[in-house]
Design a protein around this ligand. Structure first.
Ligand SMILES: [Zn+2]
Length: 269
């Protein structure tokens, strides 16, 4: 049974034309169980809904993409299928692994709410780690068998796109520069002007991201290159859904290409 299910070919990759609710997203995720090389795990919540972890690729450099910590930022929870489809179709960049956590806030997604079912903002819980959702996502990030960078996908208006704990670090700054070069190339390929989708200060150094228990406040001190991906798509409406999702997906693809070029000798960045 397992083998028979695992021989789906890229020609059958799923496509999405609308904003999905929690159950629609769950259906989409479970379709990927049938594709060779994709592993799908899940973390159940008390409400019965689940956070899923899809993993693809075997490399030692891993991008963990956290999708939709805020349940009302809809395209940030479902875009990942675009990047995953491209990777299945064209292959992974050398020595990389793509780890998708979606939906990061299942109850928030169900009720189109920023918060989880306990009224908690999950992107302010990364000092206390008091919620089942943050604990589950932490366990994915903490896996020790690879080098990890973390992208945290949102839809908003006015936040920066990346965060370095130590902006003075030459190595981190190089990774950032190389990432943005890839991102511009990738967005150009899809005719997506970066300013249409990301805040104009995207490529500036920013040491001022609030230390308020955001996901990046957990990952950046661990020397993981960390991005807050604030896609302005929330204000754009459903007719631009495909472009909004492609902009998110392009960020992840650029991250994986950057990772594939890192020297692999050292364990930490
Ligand atoms: Zn958000």
């Amino acid at each position: 049974m397992e083998t028979a299910l695992k021989d789906k070919k890229p020609g059958n990759l799923p496509d999405v034309k609308k904003v999905l609710d929690y159950y629609g997203l769950e259906d989409l995720i479970l379709k990927y169980e049938a594709f060779e090389g994709v592993s799908v795990k899940s973390y159940p919540l008390i409400s019965g809904k689940r956070i899923y972890h899809l993993s693809y690729g075997e490399g030692g450099n891993r991008l963990v993409s956290v999708c939709g910590l805020h349940g009302n930022e809809r395209s940030s929870a479902q875009f990942w299928y675009k990047s995953l489809n491209e990777l299945i179709e064209k292959g992974m960049p050398k020595d990389t692994r793509y780890s998708v956590v979606a939906p990061a806030n299942p109850d928030g997604l169900k009720y189109n709410n920023r918060h989880n079912s306990h009224g908690m903002d999950l992107n302010r819980d990364w000092y206390e780690l008091s919620q089942a959702e943050t604990k589950a996502i932490k366990s994915v990030i903490d896996e020790q068998d690879c080098r990890t960078i973390v992208f945290d996908h949102h839809e908003c208006m006015d936040d920066p796109l990346y965060f370095l704990e130590d902006p003075g670090s030459v190595r981190m700054s190089r990774i950032r520069d190389s990432f943005f070069k890839e991102l511009y190339k990738e967005l150009e390929k899809h005719s997506l002007p970066i300013g249409d989708f990301f805040y104009p200060y995207t490529n500036r150094h920013t040491g001022e991201a609030a230390r308020s228990g955001q996901l990046i406040n957990y990952t950046a001190p661990k020397k993981m290159f960390s991005l807050i991906v604030e896609n302005m798509g929330q204000c754009m409406g459903e007719e631009l859904l495909d472009k909004r999702m492609q902009a998110h997906a392009s960020v992840d693809l650029a991250g994986l290409r950057t990772l594939s070029r890192l020297k692999t000798r050292k364990r930490s960045l």
